[in-house]
Design a protein around this ligand. Structure first.
Ligand SMILES: Nc1ncnc2c1ncn2[C@@H]1O[C@H](COP(=O)(O)OP(=O)(O)OP(=O)(O)O)[C@@H](O)[C@H]1O
Ligand SMILES: [Mg+2]
Length: 335
């Protein structure tokens, strides 16, 4: 059997898998539900997410990745085993080669943990290459990474916002902020609890976020179902974009000012090119309405957005695995 090569972007909210020769083969929620002391998985991805907040106490629903690092190793391995059996149709993918994207601004031990997921799984690897996420992101955007003097990428994901500056094929500076889509979901849940005495689930919060959150508030409104804490019964309330907006403006401002501060501390020969080409927004939370305009106003530069924002990292891994010599130059070396 031919050796298979896979790329994996373990996102906090979504795992993306690329198979050499085929492209992106999987985009699945990073959730696993398990039973018993041995943590035997019963569902992963969207199915496991559906169980969240509904599952009986005997089922444990886990989000194994938090803030860009693996928080629950055993659950992450169980999830990967489940996914790998889905990908291979239950055949063991023995001796596979793996390219894994890791946040650049985490410790070596935390980076190594991503390799352990594959090493500890039922699908023993032949080789693992860790690639810093901003590098994969830049290749996924189709940029000339080796020749560009300055590239600024802001990846707004689920638990993290990764701001990175690249030049001539290397990372000049990178910073991981603890903000992203999950943070907004949590804020929405506590606002509705405080304001209306209603309890809503994470899924409803995500739905509210996608329809109502905007950097510049809109006239948009949404009917939602929750549980009235005082009556103990389900009920409906109407939420508007305007009322939830104040709770988010500080976070948007923090992201924008962190990007500005990073650009201000960049040597002029690099910032010059960034200003000329504009910065790049990636990660699915960059689809929040108006975030591009806010950053453009704050920095007074052009902001490039993409419909592929959720897939740039995994597409970049795909590009690198098709160009293994190039990829070898980027492999993260751990002590
Ligand atoms: N249309 C949308 N508008 C706003 N947010 C969105 C939209 N679509 C998805 N999201 C949010 O984007 C986040 C997922 O983005 P992404 O897949 O880039 O993150 P991730 O890679 O899993 O996380 P991280 O990179 O932080 O580890 C989720 O919080 C999701 O709710
Ligand atoms: Mg991500």
């Amino acid at each position: 059997m031919a050796q298979k090569t896979y790329g994996i972007d373990f996102g906090t909210s979504t795992i993306k898998v690329y198979k050499k020769g085929q492209g992106i083969i999987l985009l699945e929620r990073n959730v696993v539900s398990t039973v018993g002391k041995e943590n035997k998985p019963v569902a992963i991805g969207e199915k496991a997410y559906e169980m969240y907040e509904k599952a009986p106490p005997s089922i444990h629903v886990s989000f194994p990745l938090q803030h860009g690092v693996i928080a629950q190793m055993q659950d992450m391995v169980a999830l990967w085993n489940f996914m790998a059996s889905k990908i291979t149709g239950n055949r063991k993918m023995k001796g596979g080669e793996f390219y894994i994207a890791v946040p650049a601004d985490i410790t070596e031990v935390e980076k190594q943990a991503y390799s352990h997921v594959i090493e500890e799984s039922d699908y023993k690897p032949r080789r693992i290459h860790l690639i810093d996420k901003p590098i994969a992101d830049a290749y996924g955007l189709g940029l000339d990474v080796q020749k560009s003097n300055g590239i600024l990428i802001v990846n707004i994901g689920a638990d993290t916002t990764e701001i990175s500056i690249l030049s001539l094929g290397g990372i000049v500076v990178t910073k991981l902020l603890p903000y992203g889509g999950n943070y907004f979901d949590t804020q929405i849940i506590s606002y509705i609890r405080k304001q209306y005495n209603y309890i809503i689930g994470k899924k409803t919060a995500e739905q509210i976020k996608k329809s109502l959150i905007s950097v510049f508030p809109t006239e948009q409104k949404l009917e939602i179902v929750g549980r009235d804490v005082l009556k103990g019964l389900p009920g409906e309330i109407q939420i508007s974009s305007k009322e939830i907006h104040p709770g988010f403006s500080d976070t948007f401002d923090t992201i924008a000012s962190s990007v500005r501060s990073m650009l201000e501390h960049t040597p002029p020969e690099i910032s010059q090119e960034i200003i000329k080409k504009g910065l790049y927004l990636t990660g699915a939370s960059s689809w929040i309405d108006g975030i591009d305009r806010l950053i453009a106003d704050e920095l007074n530069i052009n902001v490039n957005t993409t419909k592929e924002a959720q897939k740039t990292v995994i597409s970049g891994l795909g590009y690198l695995m098709d160009n293994p010599r190039l990829a070898a130059g980027y492999a993260v070396r751990l002590e």
